[in-house]
Design a protein around this ligand. Structure first.
Ligand code: LLP
Length: 430
């Protein structure tokens, strides 16, 4: 199976050592399951690898992958920092008592209200995206009488050869300030003139679902030579280098297994090499993994509501969830592995499209899936749904979002409860 927290017993799919059919019976479907032990393991892989490889380092969890209180609590216990991209994520993190000094506030379009809120929360760092934000942060920090620590977001001009929609490091990007055009140098110069901002370093995020460290080598090369330029031209030494989002995960058997610990060791060796070549002190290194912390710790269970065959065309299976809890196929044609959770030992001779429940033809979870001949009431499990599923869920068709049930050491508990009709109506006029 694609991850070692999955197994099969008596024809049932087991996840984190638990019978998924039993859990579906207990909590209903659609249901997000999260393997807490796997999540903690993923945190430790980054922490141990980065802690061992760099003189100073911290993995920051990219909250956008999955933000809920319980996840923030676990991350805090595991000693990670966090990147947040909105006052909402910051609010959730704070309400879970996440240490604010380890929070980095991202975003290319922060409002004055969000900036002020983040300062009031005592957020550790702003990752300032552009000149307008730089001015706003300076002004608000001055008004509050504080000196705000910050990194500057730069675009190194690298195409990570992943999906266009999720690559953010090219020169032509809505994020950050490009190095190639000379604008980044001016950005740093201006930041250093701001009395209420303490510039600690620079940031670049090149892409998501990255399988080879080449992208990090290239990013580090460009960022380190820019750091050398900053020393030479401005007499400024950046203390922190943030390399952005983390490694890719296995959605299907076709995706490679990444030895994250080994890769981080190689990235560290590359950075140390670069520093000694350029005569730079080794910076503190940050990474911002989201997907690779939570994706394989998650699985979604659905119940089949209907199947149909259109002779000469296709077979369809419709489930009780869809783009409302997982919009990634509709948005990116993202690949997933689907398992017949209660009929794992049966022949898979029914090739079908698994569709969601929403009134939109594009509401699919996957096409060309080989499954047993399913019936109404059968269970389906979609694997590797821990990242960018709950966080991108919606209430389209006024469908409530599923609960998140955590599994740990044989125990199960609700981390986020199922949305009720009352929740759906809560903000409307009475
Ligand atoms: N840091 C920054 C600045 C980012 O923009 C991102 C992701 C990350 C870190 C985390 O990257 P990760 O380790 O999760 O790959 N909704 C899309 C993913 C968008 C990712 C955007 N940025 C999806 O469902 O695939």
């Amino acid at each position: 199976m694609i991850c070692d927290n999955l197994s099969v017993k008596n024809g049932h799919l087991f996840f984190a050592g638990r019978d998924t059919a039993e859990l579906a019976g207990q909590y209903g479907t659609p249901l997000y399951l999260m393997d807490e032990d796997r999540l903690r393991h993923n945190c430790r892989v980054y922490r141990e690898a980065m802690g061992g490889a760099f003189a100073a380092a911290l993995p920051l969890y990219a909250s956008k992958a999955l933000a809920c209180r319980r996840v923030y609590e676990i991350l805090a216990e595991e000693g990670l920092g966090a990147d947040v991209v909105s006052a909402g994520e910051l609010y959730l993190a704070r309400s879970a008592a996440f240490p604010m000094d380890k929070v980095f506030f991202h975003g290319n379009s922060k409002t004055d209200e969000e900036i002020a809120f983040a300062m009031d929360c005592g957020v550790g760092y702003f990752i300032i995206d552009n000149l307008d934000e730089l001015a706003a942060v300076e002004q608000l920090a001055a008004r509050k009488g504080i000196v705000q620590k910050a990194l500057l977001r730069l675009t190194p001009g690298i195409d990570p050869h992943t999906f266009d929609a999720v690559s953010t490091g090219q020169v032509d990007s809505k994020f950050g300030v490009p190095i190639e055009t000379g604008q980044a140098l001016d950005f740093v110069r201006r930041c250093l003139e701001m009395p209420h901002i303490r510039l600690r370093g620079i940031h670049a995020h090149v892409g998501s679902q990255v399988f080879t460290s080449q992208v990090f080598y290239d990013t580090a090369d460009i960022m380190l030579s820019f750091m050398a330029q900053l020393r030479g031209k401005l007499g400024y030494t950046a203390e922190i280098l943030n390399l952005g989002g983390g490694y890719g995960v296995r959605y299907t058997e076709d995706d490679p297994v990444v030895d994250i610990g080994g890769e981080i060791g190689r990235v560290a060796a590359h950075i140390k090499d670069g520093c000694s070549r350029l005569g730079l002190p080794e910076p503190m290194v940050l990474m911002e993994p989201g997907r690779s912390i939570v994706a394989d710790a998650g699985l979604t269970l659905y119940t089949v509501q209907s199947t149909k065959t259109i002779p000469g065309y296709k077979n369809y299976v419709s489930v009780d969830g869809g783009m409302t809890d997982n919009p990634r196929y509709a948005l990116y044609q993202a690949a997933y592995t689907i398992e017949p959770a209660g009929r794992m030992d049966e022949a898979r001779d029914f090739v079908c499209t698994v569709g969601g429940r929403c009134c939109e033809s594009g509401d699919m979870i996957q096409e060309n899936v080989a499954l047993p001949r399913l019936r109404r009431g059968d269970l389906l499990a979609v694997l590797t749904t821990g990242a960018y599923n709950y966080s991108m869920a919606s209430n389209y068709n006024t469908v409530g979002r599923p609960p998140i049930v955590m599994l740990s050491g044989g125990r199960d508990y609700v981390a986020v409860r199922r949305e009720t009709f009352a929740d759906l109506a809560a903000r409307d006029l009475p």
